[in-house]
Design a protein around this ligand. Sequence first.
Ligand SMILES: [Zn+2]
Length: 61
Amino acid sequence: MIKVEECPECGNNQIILVKEEFVLKEYSAKTGKLLKSHGFIGTNCWNYKCRCGWNSELFTE
Ligand SMILES: [Zn+2]
């Protein structure tokens, strides 16, 4: 996983990691009711952002 530790725009090292993740859930086909949640199963993509408005490119695995 590519890591960014500080903002290239303002030098802030308190940047935020934004992750788009997969979660696996089982529903009743009949009622749509949630039966079981397996939770986190993987990461789709991620990027970094900073309070100054900077957004990194989108990374994928
Ligand atoms: Zn910044």
